[in-house]
Design a protein around this ligand. Structure first.
Ligand code: COA
Length: 433
């Protein structure tokens, strides 16, 4: 059947489409900078007519109306990664959090652990064959959109047409809502990196060999590292997400992907977070291949890249090497994301370099992030069995294959000098030293 015959009858306004949501439904909301904000606003307006609707998503940006107190009994958020806009609601018990590895996020929905009634997604206009690109968020959305009983898409003139395994055919979309607005921006880091972040980034860069394939996690440090790589040769990218930093490395001829052992010549990713410059750059750009996250983040896929480097951040680390990255004590802060997927994938890659990078202190040097024991209630994201390199502004600790005694020594040596005596004392009391 000619797809253009399907298209016209499926066009709806956001308000019309949202009326198909029923009480008791589970909604999947595509997220990151792909948030379908017209559909979300229509859902918030319609919510008083609904009871007990669950809305599942990962990181979202923008308005938190849908998690406000007036939604109680109508809409309840179940987030699988805690972003800024829902953090307060999760921490006060007004919204739910489901911990899951990013590599397994789509599988929860696809395999009916969390069956989806309605998927709200955001796509580019269809091409001549009727395929819409999932644009800036392919990884978490592709499989879930196909698994949902009902799929409603905003079709945005300004959604870039990204390439790869990134398309959905209009025949698979029940309602199409035409929109035309710019995507929200989420640059990594607030302006220029601090001196501490630059020092950490420079140490990370020393660990990165020519021909490495890079993953950059979320936060200021991973993106800052890119600025220290201009003297490297033939780097590549295989990552769940990337940001604006890659463009300059490509333009400088450093990021060629030439020595990648999997998908040579291509940047492979699940989604992007950044500015309009990045969104324009990925549009119809055959250098970038987007894939579902259950593929990109599968540690055994990652491991097929030789010299895979993983750079992720942390909140604190104990002297045995347990890395907390998703909570501040018992206060849930974010989620595992792809950290463990990439730490383990890089660990299994030939010549791989898994790095956890963090400033030695928090709260204006009041708190050491290297601690004898994790804060009570802190969540372990990277276990002490998985951990390899730890980097602070004071240097690098290589924990892999090291005893607890060696780990404690190496970590104290890269702690802030003002905390080293008390860490040493605690390590002795714990019989680590
Ligand atoms: N004790 C108390 N507060 C702490 C702390 C500690 N040990 N460590 C950090 N904090 C506070 C900071 O002061 C900051 O507070 P503020 O927002 O009020 O300024 C906040 O926690 C965030 O810390 P910061 O180091 O600035 O975060 P970041 O933006 O660089 O991100 C992570 C670091 C770990 C939070 C982030 O990488 C993350 O969420 N990771 C999840 C797992 C992951 O890496 N996944 C891969 C990518 S999806």
């Amino acid at each position: 059947m000619d797809w253009t015959n399907l298209y016209q009858p499926r066009i709806a306004t956001a308000e019309e489409a949202i009326r198909k949501v029923k009480s008791g439904d589970r909604i999947f909301l595509t997220g990151n900078v792909s948030i379908p904000s017209k559909l979300l606003a229509a859902l918030v307006d319609y919510a008083p007519k609904l009871k007990d609707v669950e809305i599942c998503h990962a990181l979202t940006v923008g308005s938190a109306d849908y998690v406000g107190p007036e939604m109680e009994g109508h809409l309840r958020v179940n987030t699988l990664f805690i972003g800024h806009n829902v953090r307060q609601a999760v921490q006060s018990g007004k919204a739910d959090f489901t911990p899951v590895l990013l590599s397994e996020f789509p599988l929860l929905f696809k395999n009916d652990v969390l069956p989806v009634d309605v998927a709200l997604i955001h796509v580019s206009p269809p091409d001549e064959h009727g395929f819409c690109s999932l644009g800036v968020e392919v990884g978490l959305t592709k499989s879930v959109a196909s698994a949902a009983k009902l799929t409603i898409a905003e079709v945005n003139q300004q959604m870039p047409r990204t390439l790869g395994d990134s398309f959905i055919h209009v025949s698979k979309i029940d309602n199409l809502v035409p929109v035309d607005y710019p995507l929200p921006e989420l640059p990594m880091g607030d302006g220029e990196p601090s001196e501490v972040v630059n020092k950490i980034a420079a140490y990370c860069a020393e660990l990165i060999p020519d021909g490495a394939t890079m993953q950059m996690g979320i936060g200021a440090i991973p993106d800052a590292v890119l600025k220290f790589l201009f003297d490297k040769k033939d780097l590549g990218v295989h990552t769940e997400l990337f940001s604006d930093g890659v463009i300059d490395l490509v333009n400088a001829g450093v990021l060629t992907n030439a020595h990648k052992t999997l998908h040579p010549g291509k940047i492979v990713a699940g989604f992007i977070l950044g500015t309009q410059r990045l969104y324009d750059w990925v549009d119809d750009n055959p250098l970038c291949e987007f894939h579902p996250t259950e593929y990109v983040n599968d540690p055994f896929v990652i491991a097929q890249n030789a010299r895979q480097v993983a750079i992720n951040a942390a909140i604190e680390i104990d002297l045995t090497g347990q890395v907390c990255a998703d909570s501040i004590g018992p206060k849930l802060f974010s989620g595992v994301g792809g950290q463990l997927d990439f730490v383990y994938g890089a660990s299994r890659s030939e010549g791989g370099v898994p790095i956890i990078a963090l400033p030695s202190t928090a709260k204006g040097d009041e708190i050491s992030r290297i601690v004898p024991m994790l804060n009570q209630g802190a969540g372990v994201v990277t276990t002490r069995n998985h951990v390899h390199f730890i980097v602070t502004e004071y240097g690098v600790a290589d924990l892999y294959g090291k005893t607890i005694r060696q780990r404690a020594r190496a970590l104290i040596d890269i702690a802030h000098p003002k905390f080293r005596p008390e860490l040493e004392k605690a390590a002795k009391e714990l019989h680590y030293l």
